[in-house]
Design a protein around this ligand. Structure first.
Ligand code: ATP
Ligand code: MG
Length: 271
């Protein structure tokens, strides 16, 4: 049975998509069979993996609307262990329809429980930057959630909202939902903003913080332009190493010891 991890916080631009793509790539590099599902109508995961209109054939909402089977919308990626299901909502009409469909809170859980997905070790779900609607549907189906944040008072406020929502979901919809961890992204420890953010975080959320942090790294944003996860763009960059460390931390926490080596031995696709 796949471990289903949603990447979520009701705040834009904190690195949800970046984390979804690079963590999914990290698991795949560790030879865990991984499926990344873009659940945000903005559809940004596709760009980060080098997909465009021409080379996509269906998305997760076609499965929702019973127009395609899940197998038909799974896309192979450059990494042999990583598959991808995009989100391609092109018109306002379609977005409205999806919003109506997502009132059925268990629809996505049913989709993820299909036999066709039992072959995966991990399913990573990239959520939109708001709490209601699609995010609730995603969190109803997930086993755990990773909450990426960047420095700032707004991040702390969003974190509080996120924890309130998780409590509500646990009580009303998904008693199994766990917090996998809070991920510090674009981490710059010497800035005052981060010192203040850390002060607030350690007071209330210390036990949830991942040991691994993701530094601000130009290679992470450059890799996006080339449609690649950071590790396939520059595996030795500090951003790539940070995401590989996070992968290892999560694998260790979930008692599936990691097998990749940072010297890249045996991994011809790591340059
Ligand atoms: P949205 O809420 O709009 O979906 P998001 O939370 O998914 O946003 P991303 O799209 O992953 O955020 O990241 C926002 C921008 O920040 C992107 O351009 C990405 O390249 C950049 N970024 C994310 N993490 C880092 C990092 N560690 N170092 C440098 N740039 C980063
Ligand atoms: Mg995003």
């Amino acid at each position: 049975m796949a471990k289903k991890i949603a990447i979520s916080i009701p705040k834009g631009g904190v690195g949800k998509t970046t984390t979804a793509v690079n963590l999914a790539a990290g698991f795949a590099i560790a030879e865990k069979r991984t499926l990344l599902i873009d659940f945000d109508p903005a559809g940004a995961c596709a760009l980060s993996l080098g997909f465009d209109e021409e080379n996509m054939h269906g998305d997760i909402f076609e499965v929702f609307s019973f127009t395609k089977f899940i197998d038909a919308v799974v896309h192979k990626t450059e990494l042999p262990y990583l598959d991808f299901i995009p989100c391609q909502i092109k018109t306002y009409d379609l977005e409205e329809r999806i919003n109506r469909l997502s009132r059925n809170i268990y629809l996505f859980s049913n989709v993820l429980d299909q036999q066709a997905l039992t072959k995966y070790d991990f399913i990573i779900i990239d959520c939109p930057p708001y709490m209601k609607g699609l995010t609730t549907v995603a969190l109803a189906a997930a086993g755990s959630v990773i909450i990426p944040i960047r420095s700032g008072q707004f991040s702390i406020a969003a974190l509080k909202k996120m924890f309130d929502q998780i409590e509500w979901l646990k009580t009303n919809i998904n008693s199994e939902l766990k917090v996998e961890g809070i991920l510090l992204n674009m981490y710059e420890p010497r800035t005052k903003a981060w010192v203040l953010t850390m002060k607030a975080l350690t007071r209330h959320y210390r036990k949830y913080l991942f040991k691994s942090v993701i530094p601000k790294s130009v290679s992470i944003s450059e890799a996006e332009f080339y449609g690649k996860p950071s590790m396939l763009y520059d595996v030795k960059s500090k951003g790539s190493i940070a995401y590989l460390n996070l992968t290892e931390e999560i694998l260790n926490k979930n008692a599936t010891p990691n097998i990749y080596r940072l010297d890249g031995a045996g991994y011809s696709y790591l340059k």
